[in-house]
Design a protein around this ligand. Structure first.
Ligand code: SF4
Length: 279
């Protein structure tokens, strides 16, 4: 049975204002998941095995009740991955609330190497990465980084490979698809062919020290939406995937029941026509 993925949009708030990101942070539309609903979700996860739960948005650590949320996931048996921007306060929070203690993997989001990252997220934080990697090396868990495959990242492929070859043994690098939402609307997206070439070049070029994983849309047609992946938004509405056309209807409202039967929910969410916007 393939590992299930639950993606929870915890908050739309973020400390950064990255050029291609689709969150509504820095607007009047900030929304946070209700803590009681989050608690119900995490408690109901006990009945699901082999599940990877992604906590993002926005930035998990911008939710007003993130401390209570961390306490909740601490004793849960599932795997939690928290997407985190490379930003001073967020890195300090991670260092103070160590992943091994609270049962999560921070995945640091990068937009490129060096100045290219700084340019796309409007800051100068890339220099923090070395400090973060040094702190991380003491925790005894694999380093997780992620990149979005923008056109500029594709152009930087040689520097990227050089960078990856210097990472600590066992580092995991995940390559996301570009987000065709929000501020990214109308941007010049890389073609599927250029993404495949990029993937081949990275896999050929990296040393065996790092593990590169690519967004599953590079492997063919969608079998995941609803089948092994669901998306939960701030209002507790469940969709087969966050990348399905925005006009699609939610398959469930988590506010409706006191206990959530995720096994049933996945059965109910079997894919039909996914209308993935990433195709
Ligand atoms: S809808 Fe798109 S992003 Fe979502 S699971 Fe399917 S292929 Fe993947």
């Amino acid at each position: 049975m393939s590992e299930k993925e639950i993606i929870i949009d915890v908050t739309s708030k973020c400390v950064m204002n990255c050029m291609y990101c689709g969150t509504t942070s820095f607007s009047d539309e900030i929304s946070n998941i209700d803590f009681e609903l989050f608690k119900k979700i995490v408690n109901s996860l006990r009945y699901l095995s082999k599940t990877r739960v992604f906590l993002g948005g926005g930035t998990f650590f911008c939710h007003p009740e993130w401390k209570k949320m961390l306490e909740l996931i601490k004793s849960n048996e599932n795997t939690f991955v928290i997407d985190c921007p490379l930003e001073k306060n967020i890195i300090n929070i991670i260092c103070k609330n160590r992943p091994v203690r609270f049962n999560y993997f921070p995945s640091i989001s990068l937009w490129g190497i060096g100045d290219e990252h700084d340019k796309l997220c409007g800051g100068n934080s890339f220099g923090l990465l070395d400090h973060y990697i040094r702190s991380h090396s003491k925790w005894g868990i694999p380093l997780h980084l992620s990149f979005v495959m923008t056109k500029s990242l594709i152009q930087q492929v040689r520097s990227l490979i050089e960078f990856m070859c210097k990472l600590p043994l066992g580092a995991n690098i995940y390559f996301h698809r570009f987000m065709p939402v929000g501020k990214a609307l109308g941007e010049d997206l890389p073609t599927m062919e250029s993404l495949q070439d990029f993937k081949n070049e990275v896999l050929y070029g990296i040393s065996k020290t790092a593990v590169a994983k690519f967004h599953h849309t590079l492997d063919g047609i969608c079998k995941a939406a609803g089948n092994s992946r669901i998306f939960i938004n701030h209002d507790g509405l469940v969709y087969k995937c966050g990348w399905i056309n925005k006009t699609s209807v939610p398959i469930y409202n988590l506010h409706e029941k006191s206990i959530i039967d995720f096994n049933k929910l996945f059965q109910k969410a079997t894919p039909v026509n996914t209308q993935c916007v990433l195709k």
